[in-house]
Design a protein around this ligand. Sequence first.
Ligand SMILES: Nc1ncnc2c1ncn2[C@@H]1O[C@H](COP(=O)(O)OP(=O)(O)OP(=O)(O)O)[C@@H](O)[C@H]1O
Ligand SMILES: [Mg+2]
Length: 526
Amino acid sequence: MNFLRKKDSSVPIPAPGTEFSIEKSAEIPVLPDFARKSDIDVKYPLIKPYSYAHIHWDEEEKEVVYELIEPPISQKERDILESLEKGLEELINISFINIKEESAVISYLEKNSKVLLSELGLKLPKDIFMKLMYYIYRDFVGLNLIESLMHDQHIEDIECNGVNTPLYIVHRKYRNLKTNILFSENEKLMSFVEKLAQKCGKYISYANPILDGRLPDKSRVNATYTQDISSGGPTFTIRIFTTEPWSPIKLIDVKTASPELLAYLWMLIEYESNIMIIGGTGTGKTSFLNSIAFFMPPQARIVSIEDTHELNLLHTNWLPSVSREATGVGGSNNLGEVSLFTLLKASFRQRPDYVIVGEIRGQEAYILFQGAASGHPTISTMHAEDVETMIRRLETPPINLPPSLVETIDAVCVMSQSKIYGNEVRRLKNITEIIRVSSTSLEKNTPFVWDPKTDRFFFKKESHIFKKLQTEYGMTGEQIQKEFERRTLLLWQMYKRGISGYREVHEIISAYYKTPSEVLKKFNIK
Ligand SMILES: Nc1ncnc2c1ncn2[C@@H]1O[C@H](COP(=O)(O)OP(=O)(O)OP(=O)(O)O)[C@@H](O)[C@H]1O
Ligand SMILES: [Mg+2]
């Protein structure tokens, strides 16, 4: 299995005899900061050279808007496009849409468009033909009105709340923005939601009106089909998948965590601690999990279990698995279901060095913590605002863990989303070490906290786990402290030198596991 395969960053070569191609650039444009919202005015390409994003202050609306710019098209060109699209629909065997090789589909569409044009007795200048091909690509291969948005690596979410209301996006830099895109007819929106379902390999209908799936590029889709469950009509939300996972250095870059805090987690992971990442919806739990998984030794056998495939690791001995829903009619029986519970039970038989569970919700927790108690280090996420809520959720139905198993958690990372100077930021709010859990009490230690006033992280107290490592691994307090400091400096140096790409960072961490002295020398660390 090749886990390294990414979206192609090179300019694709069109198939022989084909002129149109789509450039999928992995390059993410760097966007400037603006002192005032009303100064915001940036434009960057989405599908070069056809579509662009123009983000700017709208004086009338008194807000920043996201304007999608597509090639202008005259009425005459629109009529030709319509005839072509109708003709193509008649020609096309719908199953071709699932052909994996996109360039083969584009070439098929282009050849047939040319045949149709000659049947219509039309000869178009090349630039006009290419423009029409952009629209044909968008509507047949892509996701119609929002296809260009799917190419914007700055977008986190695309939200459609119904018919005749503009789509909103969540932009990584400029946050919630209204777009100039909207579905004006209920039927078009319904058939778009059907298309989303089809692309996720799922089925949506009146009888089965809720979609929870994943597009081929791994973006997550939630949609509703009918008006009775969402008043505005069909709706959808797409969370765009970032093509590159965030390295720990990227977390320092966006100030989600500090080098010290990450060095601490690195130590914990190397010395086989159990880590839980908690926080509210969308606070960055899964991204954080993926980032700190960089700290697992390069040769470790890692088993990961998720409901939807989000994790992206470079470890060569990684066995990812994804649970599967029942395929029985309407999900009414368990035929074909492979639950997290089943997967996790199987995973412990695969002799893992580390077990990762994407998100804990139910009975699988029991297996996970039993595994943790028998010496398999684990990292997992859970939806809970704070440590107390997490423990309550673990100890009550449907999870029902006894306190002795909850106690196998060594450290809890609490993620939060807050506002600083009007900007939404994601921060690791604190790290809490779990010392003892009984049915009536919780003994904990909080070595790291984030201070919202100064936007800084503080190492507040001694680590209880570092003390535990002394007895378990026969190290002295000084040795642990020295190693912790070295790793802090190494992460800091990587950050200062601008080394944040996930491959580079993975390589340096791997090298540190093999020959630490060489890596330290390279970074001038004593
Ligand atoms: N540290 C961060 N800084 C800024 N944006 C982030 C950060 N971490 C994650 N994001 C972005 O926030 C969005 C949500 O991230 P993620 O899926 O990791 O959150 P989550 O807590 O796991 O969400 P959910 O509760 O839906 O599982 C993604 O678009 C991601 O790219
Ligand atoms: Mg998540």
